[in-house]
Design a protein around this ligand. Structure first.
Ligand code: KMH
Ligand code: ZN
Length: 312
């Protein structure tokens, strides 16, 4: 694997997600206004894509509320041309049907499509926050993941693919472990997925592949063997975020940061926004001689339909 010579790296930021809870950081965006501000911080710092979940503004609980999705992305579109990547991962325990609604609602340019079922566990962080919970739901929500399977069967994946095709939305395939590459290869070979695909390798989730350089190289090489040509990005949970995204940039990939994946800027220092993390990664990229893509360049690299084709 040679270092890249002329690639423009797309920096994505996932601004809130569905796994961190309000007790963990006062900077985690919750309300529509906070989500808009955080996405704008990403754009201003040089991010090209914002990956979006939304939350109940009163309780901070992750909830795929279609009106809130629309409120956030409409205002962001009024202010800038950042690409929105809507989640179909939803919140822990949400139904598949509800997770998919955002595609028809917004007809976004890009959306996550999780490439297989898995244990998706967060219960192991409970001891760190004992006695610090802000809302009652937080402990129960995270604790329940000891007995939780994140369902993304072949049937579900095909339904999401059809839904995205119908709405002109490009799937960003979330790969949490090597077997998921096999799932995608099957769906490509049987004509269910159009190529070239865009892969997001998600490292370091308990239930998925650990965040190591060896594993990242293995994932990229396996995908090359099984799928051929593709665009790819990396995100990593917690303190491995900057090490793994930097490696991705060096390997010719794209990179995702943001408070969904990691709440910190450096050890012991909470990030005040996702934009702070984007600025840090852009600085690192600059030191390495790697240019980052504008939203317009990201659209070209990923083959997106354009902001004039969305339904918001
Ligand atoms: N909701 C999590 C279980 C995605 O956005 O598609 C996984 C997730 C992935 O957040
Ligand atoms: Zn997500």
């Amino acid at each position: 694997m040679n270092p890249p010579t002329s690639h423009k790296a797309i920096i994505t930021a996932a601004v809130t997600g569905a796994i961190h809870t309000p007790a963990m950081s006062p900077h985690l965006p919750i309300t529509p206004e906070q989500l808009i501000d955080d996405i704008m911080s990403v754009y201003e710092a040089g991010g090209a894509v914002a990956h979006l979940h939304v939350r109940d503004p009163e309780t901070g609980q992750p909830k795929a509320d279609q009106a809130i999705f629309r409120e956030v992305v409409s205002e962001v579109k009024r202010r800038c041309d950042i690409v929105i990547c809507a989640t179909t991962g939803g919140s822990l325990g949400d139904t598949v049907e509800n997770r998919g609604k955002v595609i028809a609602t917004l007809q976004p340019e890009l959306a996550s499509l999780n490439a297989g079922s898995m244990n998706f566990a967060l219960f192991h962080v409970l001891p760190k926050y004992e006695g610090k919970w802000k809302y009652e739901w937080e402990k129960q929500y995270l604790g329940a993941t000891e007995d939780f399977i994140f369902p993304n069967t072949f049937y579900t994946m095909r339904e999401f693919i059809k839904l995205m095709e119908k709405n002109g939305t490009k799937p960003e395939f979330e790969i949490y472990d090597v077997g998921m590459i096999n799932n995608l290869a099957y769906l490509i070979n049987t004509g269910h997925i159009q190529t070239p695909v865009y892969l997001q390798f998600v490292l370091g989730i308990l239930g998925g592949i650990p965040a190591t350089v060896e594993n990242l190289v293995y994932l990229v090489q396996t995908a090359r063997q099984q799928i051929g040509d593709f665009q790819w990005s990396v995100c990593a949970a917690g303190r491995t975020q900057f090490a793994m995204t930097t490696h991705a940039l060096l390997m010719g990939g794209h990179a995702r940061v943001g408070l969904e994946d990691n709440l910190y800027l450096v050890k012991g220092v909470l990030a005040k926004s996702s934009g702070e993390q984007v600025a840090k990664l852009k600085r690192i990229a600059g030191e390495l001689g790697i240019e980052t893509a504008t939203p317009a360049e990201a659209r070209q690299i990923l083959g997106l339909k354009g902001l004039d084709q969305v339904a918001y």
